[in-house]
Write a protein that binds this ligand. Structure first.
Ligand SMILES: NC(=O)c1ccc[n+]([C@@H]2O[C@H](COP(=O)([O-])OP(=O)(O)OC[C@H]3O[C@@H](n4cnc5c(N)ncnc54)[C@H](O)[C@@H]3O)[C@@H](O)[C@H]2O)c1
Length: 381
């Protein structure tokens, strides 16, 4: 391309990019200043049109230490989300609290007329999810759930393959993820803060990868199983953590979805094998194998493979893994949320989909406790 054209094209691209930035800085508050809040703040600080004006945390001194670390000297500090929402005129909040307070923080922020970027999982129970959707609808504000793997090109490719019709009608999916040893600590391992264990921490990602690809059909029934053999054992866990561990560290389920699709799912924080297997999507015309994924960060374990018949011959096509270019997934998650606020667009990861993800998580826990299959009913909002 001649130099003049290149300069012009760069200028146009720059102008195009500038267009999505807000004319005035978007005032953001951070609720919960723990581990994941660091990622949110680092990404917000890379955006030219954001000002972090307030931080809240229940633990005394935590928000102030966090503010100092990130040089957020102008940010006002609060002992909880309520105090922040009462005192501040915010445009948006990131809810970075542990799972059991997701619902109350999101609902109260929406009621205060504030857009919400919520960490995953959406919440703990289906009732909470419905209450959040009602608050979202009433407020007219955005509630987006922070599934950053959605922004990954490979995850996008899985969806494109399904939507292209290459697989034909999908009727069976096997998915999940996990690790041989990898139980988190801190607030992840107790019901009083996390509500659910591996299911909520990483299970929600595996479910989102495949459900998003097939258009989030309604879940109908689930037979679920959960266990906690590793988390509760001082043989595999620090004794102090083992004694307070009361969530799942492994879950498996057989889920029936609308459209005659079944979903066979497993997730593990710990087990005596390195992976519960590849993801397989079976369609009537072809099948897709996605090598065992690090579903929580969007990476896939190698090239995907498409199995189909061509002129009566069984063939396999390699679909190379796409190397991600440009901003990281967290920056894309934050930017897409900001862009939706500026343009009045839809939530990048909408609750209308994630409510089904939540219904499945809750269904698995409920079925496991009852020891039988349960029906899933998601009320209309
Ligand atoms: N997207 C990702 O990649 C990713 C990674 C890790 C964690 N997470 C999610 O992020 C959330 C937080 O995880 P974490 O590791 O940062 O936990 P954490 O325990 O380190 O931090 C949570 C903080 O929230 C505070 N908090 C709770 N309720 C509050 C309230 N009402 N008002 C103000 N502060 C409140 C707690 O005091 C705590 O400091 C979890 O839901 C988790 O699933 C997401």
């Amino acid at each position: 391309m001649p130099i003049g054209d290149k300069v012009l094209s760069n200028f146009r691209q720059q102008k195009e990019e500038e267009k999505v930035y807000a004319a005035q800085k978007i005032k953001v508050g951070i609720i919960g200043t723990g581990w994941i809040a660091e990622e949110h703040v680092e990404s917000y600080l890379r955006q030219p049109d954001v000002e972090i004006v307030a931080l809240a945390d229940l633990v005394e001194g935590k928000a102030s230490k966090f503010a100092k670390h990130y040089g957020l000297t102008g940010a006002r500090l609060y002992p909880n989300h309520k105090a922040m929402l009462e005192s501040e005129a915010l445009d948006a909040v990131s809810v970075c609290t542990y799972n059991v307070t997701h619902a109350e923080c999101a609902i109260e922020a929406l009621n205060a007329g504030v857009h919400v970027l919520l960490e995953k999982p959406m919440c703990v129970t289906l009732d909470e999810a419905i209450a959040m959707m009602r608050a979202e609808k009433k407020s007219g504000k955005i509630l987006s759930v922070g599934f950053q793997p959605r922004m990954d090109e490979n995850m996008g490719m899985i969806k494109k393959i399904v939507e292209s019709g290459t697989l034909g009608e999908v009727y069976y999916i096997q998915t999940g993820g996990g690790r041989r040893r990898g139980i988190p600590s801190s607030t992840f391992i107790e019901k009083k803060t996390a509500g659910i264990g591996a299911l909520g921490d990483i299970g929600c990602y595996s479910l989102d990868m495949v459900l998003n690809a097939i258009g989030y059909p309604k879940p109908l029934t689930v037979t679920g199983y959960t266990s906690s053999f590793f988390g509760t054992s001082p043989e595999y866990q620090e004794p102090e953590d083992a004694s307070r561990f009361d969530v799942d560290d492994f879950a498996a389920a057989f889920i029936r979805l609308e459209g005659g699709i079944v979903l066979d799912f497993r997730i593990a924080w710990a087990m005596h094998v390195d992976t519960p297997g590849d993801t397989i999507i079976l369609g009537k015309k072809a099948a897709l194998r996605i090598p065992s994924t690090e579903c929580w960060n969007g990476t896939i374990g190698g090239p995907m493979k498409l199995y189909t018949d061509v002129a009566g011959e069984q063939v396999e096509t390699i679909i190379p893994a796409i190397e991600s270019k440009g901003p990281g997934l967290f920056d894309r998650k934050i930017r897409s949320f900001l862009d939706a606020i500026i343009t009045g667009g839809a939530a990048p990861v909408p609750t209308s989909q994630i409510v089904y993800n939540q219904a499945i998580l809750e269904g698995i826990a409920r079925s496991a406790a009852l020891g039988r299959e349960v029906e899933i009913t998601v009320p209309e909002v």
